[in-house]
Design a protein around this ligand. Structure first.
Ligand SMILES: Nc1ncnc2c1ncn2[C@@H]1O[C@H](COP(=O)(O)OP(=O)(O)OP(=O)(O)O)[C@@H](O)[C@H]1O
Length: 318
């Protein structure tokens, strides 16, 4: 059991997970922007967070970062978890990169020497070394995004939270970031990133978490399976995850998770090979389950339905 350290936050080893959210909800001025979202984050795993504009991705990341309090639900974190966080918006500042990064390094508890070494390394890597002494208020969006990413990496994070990290970067910087994140993953860093483009999900993610209007509509572990063949995603209610454990050994099974959706009814989301979806649907019904939705996913193209940034959910940001 963990120790309560603040509203909804429990410091706890949470088994081997770095962090876990349990039925987390967030309300802003009477409007529920996240509803009962649960998520486990494991060392050396990369989770892609997708959903249309306004679906709650940034809110979820800032809750994981510990910057926004939850309205209800619980967050469990490994004790002393080192978190790096690159938020979505990074304003042009009158500071130079080195002034800004030195102060960020100090805030994160690094020594002056550690800051200098790490800053030089990262500025070099992101091709910003020649600009280290120039005021950032003249920087392009891509340069500001790189500084934002550098500040998140100063501390060698165990959990890296990146809000649309590819946004503003040119192709070579995007590829460099993919490489860097793969190396981090190999070293055991957990990464959660929000993204709108399927190619970055495919290039990086082990897990997928899809939000729609603040609710989890789909979680998928081992998403390599997704690209390999057509699958069917079946959401149903009135059955418990525990009573379906044996499905994991059945042919065509890919994943099963609790998703909370629709009229506050707890639902399960099942992903199976499209070729055997009828057999699974039959089993759901025979066991007394009630099917909520059936969605065919033709590999990656199915994901684009959830990613279209031109289709906001609800109002825009206030
Ligand atoms: N500080 C805030 N005060 C009030 N409402 C907010 C605040 N932050 C976010 N919201 C609202 O919460 C909802 C979810 O916003 P959020 O930024 O988390 O979504 P998102 O999926 O990250 O969107 P985008 O892809 O556009 O960044 C939106 O309706 C937004 O207007």
């Amino acid at each position: 059991m963990g120790i309560k350290t603040g509203k909804g936050i429990v410091e706890s080893p949470a088994e081997a997970a770095c962090a876990e959210l349990e039925a987390v909800s967030k309300m802003y001025t009477g409007h529920m922007v996240l509803q009962e979202v649960s998520m486990s984050i494991w060392p050396g795993n990369i989770t892609a967070l997708i959903g249309r504009n306004g679906s709650g991705k940034s809110t979820l990341l800032s809750i994981l970062a510990g910057l926004v309090q939850v309205t209800s639900g619980a967050i469990r974190r490994k004790a002393d978890l080192v978190i790096g966080y690159a938020p979505e918006a990074f304003p042009g500042l009158k500071f130079t990169p080195e002034q800004y990064l030195r102060s960020m390094g100090r805030i994160r508890g690094l020594s002056a020497r550690e800051i200098e070494v790490r800053m030089a390394e990262l500025l070099e890597l992101f091709h910003l070394a020649p600009f280290r002494g120039q005021p950032m208020n003249n920087f392009s969006k891509g340069m500001l995004q790189k500084i934002n990413l550098i500040q998140s990496l100063l501390v060698e994070p165990e959990l890296l939270l990146l809000d649309e990290p590819m946004s503003g970067l040119d192709l070579s910087a995007q590829n460099m970031l993919v490489q860097l994140l793969r190396e981090r993953k190999e070293q055991g860093t957990a990464v959660v990133f929000s993204v709108h483009e399927p190619q970055w999900v495919e290039a990086l993610a082990d897990h997928l978490h899809i939000l729609q209007a603040g609710r989890t509509v789909r979680m998928q572990q081992g998403i390599q399976e997704l690209s390999a063949r057509p699958t069917t995603y079946i959401v149903f209610k009135h059955l418990q995850e525990e009573e379906l454990c044996q499905w994991r050994d059945q042919p065509g099974f890919l994943s099963l998770q609790v998703v909370t959706e629709l009229h506050d009814q707890p639902c399960l989301g099942l992903t199976v090979d499209a070729a055997v979806s009828d057999a699974y649907l039959r089993q759901v019904l025979e066991r007394g389950g009630s099917v909520v939705s059936v969605e065919p996913c033709d590999g990656w193209s199915g994901l684009e339905l959830w990613m279209n940034p031109k289709t906001p959910e609800g109002g825009g940001k206030s």
